[in-house]
Design a protein around this ligand. Structure first.
Ligand code: 5AD
Ligand code: SF4
Length: 434
């Protein structure tokens, strides 16, 4: 069986696709193909966090159906599958199955059931063990929780991925050990809200009393593992103990995502984020003091309902204080089922577009200033590949920055110190020094 799988959305969705493939390989000896016309099974693993990917889903389904091999099956998985369910088959009757997020372990059972819709929002997949696929580029993503308990007023995820359940610590440890034995040097711990880890476990199995900081400590004891990354954490749960562990544990990679969403206290409250701008700034300053080499990325939504010029200026001002190394910015997109879609004073699209452009322009300038400061510094870089065009080794710093370097021949998977010769906004060039 040849499988073509297309994935939109977050890292968890990509991990879900990996797990789907792993099951198909183990059960049906499936192989992945990048040619739709050759596939026996086409899966679109969707995202519903903003409106655009949903429009794209239906146009892609139509075009995939037109060119697919005769007899090939089409499945829709992921968050939009959860959210639209049977409606997908009503709109596109040639779709064979719909497999919602947190139902992906059912992939084999839906294959031969025309019209199957598996979207149980309470399905507990936290104990599921998937066959493993080979490690690539010395990295492996490992789920540490499913679902999300937060109620951010703009976000559809709690309705597509359901209530949060932490994966048992022992399972995470054994999966990490397995990944290291299979060549991983780095793991990416995944969850919608990773640092809420330990709040609730499956009722189907006993559990230990442990939080995210405790989990990081335990994982870092695994020998052979060099770097631990995680995404996405919530700023609200970044307590002092966590920051201390982040700063002092040498295995924890020094890049952190801190999704701000807005710099205005009024908007943060309407978003139900649970923190203030002052708390956020305090966390950023504390992390930067404790870890001077840290890189902080963020998510910002512009044009949230009732966002005034002054609210938006608060966001711009916070950008200039926090000086994020990376920014993911979005225009607010009203989502079904969410509270914010019914808020008064929805912002006109041209205003939101103009704010997005201003935000991104300011961030470009911040990135330029940060880049200048990195010149001549020395970073430890984990090299994973070679770029023949530039004749350079490619790797990432602990903080996650991309580095191209020239130097002696090394084995991929090795960490070396690199002196930065040229530093640009999104990448650096350097020389391996030892
Ligand atoms: N509109 C725009 N952006 C959104 N995000 C989540 N929901 C929405 C929405 N309704 C953004 C947030 C989140 C990121 C994954 O997507 O910034 O952190
Ligand atoms: Fe998209 Fe959110 Fe679902 Fe990830 S969890 S795929 S970001 S809607």
């Amino acid at each position: 069986m040849k499988v073509y799988i297309e994935t939109f959305g977050c890292a968890m969705n990509h991990k879900d696709s990996e797990n789907i493939l792993a099951k198909l390989k183990a059960d049906r000896e499936a192989v992945q193909t990048d040619k739709i016309t050759e596939a026996d099974l086409i899966i679109i693993n969707t995202c519903s966090v903003r409106e655009k990917p949903i429009q794209k889903l239906f146009s892609e389904l139509g075009s995939f159906n037109a060119i697919k091999k005769s007899g090939a099956k089409i499945g829709v998985a992921g968050c939009t599958a959860s959210h639209l369910g049977r409606e997908i088959i009503q709109k596109a009757p040639y779709v064979n199955f719909v497999l919602g997020a947190r139902n992906i372990s059912k992939i084999i059972s839906v294959l031969d059931k025309k019209g199957a819709v598996e979207i149980d929002i309470e399905n507990d997949e936290s104990l599921e063990l998937y066959p493993s696929l080979p490690v690539s580029n010395f990295r492996k993503s490992i789920n540490i929780s499913i679902g999300c308990d937060k109620q951010c007023s703009f976000c559809i995820v709690p309705f597509t991925r359901g209530e949060e359940i932490s994966i048992p610590t022992d399972l995470i440890i054994s999966e990490t050990q397995k990944a290291v034995e299979n060549g991983a040097k780095e793991v990416l711990l995944l969850g919608q809200n990773v640092n809420n880890y330990g709040r609730r476990f499956s009722s189907l199995t006993p559990h230990r009393d442990i939080n995210f900081t405790g989990l990081l400590k335990e994982i870092s004891n695994i020998s052979g593992l060099e770097r631990i990354r995680f995404t996405s954490p919530h700023p609200l749960h970044m307590d002092n103990k966590f920051i201390e562990e982040f700063a002092t544990n040498p295995k924890i990679a020094k890049g952190i995502h801190m999704p701000l969403q807005s710099g205005s206290n009024k908007i943060l409250k309407m978003m139900k984020r649970g923190y203030t701008r002052e708390w956020f700034i305090d966390r950023v300053e504390r992390i930067r003091r404790a870890v001077p080499e840290v890189a902080i990325s963020t998510d910002i939504i512009v044009g949230f309902p009732d966002e005034s010029d002054s609210d938006f200026n608060d966001t711009l001002e916070l950008l200039n204080i926090a000086k994020f190394e990376q920014l993911f910015s979005f225009k607010y997109s009203p989502r079904p089922l969410t509270e914010a879609k019914d808020f008064k004073n929805q912002i006109a699209d041209d205003i939101a577009s103009e704010r997005l452009i201003r935000l991104q322009a300011i961030h470009q300038k911040i990135m330029e200033d940060l880049a200048i400061n990195r010149k001549n510094k020395i970073y430890s870089v984990l090299f994973d590949s070679f770029d023949s065009e530039s004749n350079c080794l490619i790797g990432r710093t602990s903080s996650g920055l991309l580095v191209k370097a020239k130097g002696e021949k090394i084995n991929f998977g090795e960490i070396r110190n690199v002196k930065i010769i040229e530093s640009m906004r999104t990448q650096m060039k350097g020389q391996i020094i030892f």
